[in-house]
Design a protein around this ligand. Sequence first.
Ligand code: RM4
Ligand code: MN
Ligand code: MN
Length: 389
Amino acid sequence: MNDNPHPSSDVERALAALEIETPSWGYGDSGTRFATFQQPGRPRDVFERVEDAAEVHRLTGTAPAVALHFPWDAVDDLDNLRDDVHGLGLRVGAVNPNLFQDPDYKLGSLAHPDERIRAKALEQLKECVSIAAALGSSAQSLWVADGTNYPGQDDLRARRERLVASLHELYAALPANQELLLEYKPFEPAFYATDLADWGSALVVCQQLGERASVLVDLGHHAHGTNVEQIAAILAAEGRLGGFHFNNRKYADDDLIVGSVNPFELFLIFCELARGPTLPRLTIDQAHNIEAKVEAMVLSVMNVQEAYAKALLVDRAALAEAQQAGDVLGGHEVLLDAFRTDVRPLCAQVRTSLGAADDPIAELRASGYVERRVAERGGGAAVAGGWGR
Ligand code: RM4
Ligand code: MN
Ligand code: MN
């Protein structure tokens, strides 16, 4: 039994300080290449997406920032958007530049063989730096989708050189109060070679760029069986664990609710993150296709709260003792002990102390929030594949 070796106030304090960014793109339409099922009441613009993010924070007390994606969230008046976000009790999280949808990026963006296209992509990134400055955001969170589909399509080394050179230019344009998070992914949209495919390729670039560049780990971006908690440990030891994109997957980059398929993995990741010295930037990166979007986001934040709570309950002294003694299963059992603890009452108590909901899902369903949005926003249909915004 876990007799909770920590004074509960420490655990409660740490849990109360947890902050998760939710993604604007997780509230709007999303789908597979087969269909997008538009939900009734879905937000029609960035202001309504931020409104949903504020509801998730109201219920969970743990989602005070909304990450934005550009140009998906582009507006004419950035001051107005910033004031709106602040007015809803939120702040702008990381700015995510989208380098994967413009037809010019068919063969890539920062690693494109044509210098003109690389320059265009860099301009777009520099604009995102200005957008972040105007919105009070402190991070560029960049997933580079570049890659090739066939052996011989392009020169692997030349692509790497172009990519690194472009990233140096971006880094040079970053103001001191913005950091660069570099996200890797092994495949998709490219199917033969992705230019930034794994944590090692991302880490090497970050080390070349400078102190404010670090790696972002997305849970959907690994080959099956990859030990993601070990990646977190290595990057943390190198001082380059900049952020996490939370979701869960069964097959590929599935965008399922974090903690829904593999809660033990999520717990083990939090065991690494909780070792500090500080938590990296934590963001939900999920696009829900058939589940109710606001409810799915609330459940995601709750799953993260619970995984973190369990990690905080690990008896670190007993763990270290078992490890030092070479007690193979002793250490494992210390982890299981924390993982099996029912932390729901603890999380509910912390949420209440934050002025959030004791039972966020029940409160959401009882509040009529979704029904009000349906009445106000209308909508709801199925359209052919892809994401429609
Ligand atoms: C990518 C990656 C990025 C996200 C896009 C929408 O697979 O996870 O972080 O912004 O999807
Ligand atoms: Mn991601
Ligand atoms: Mn992804």
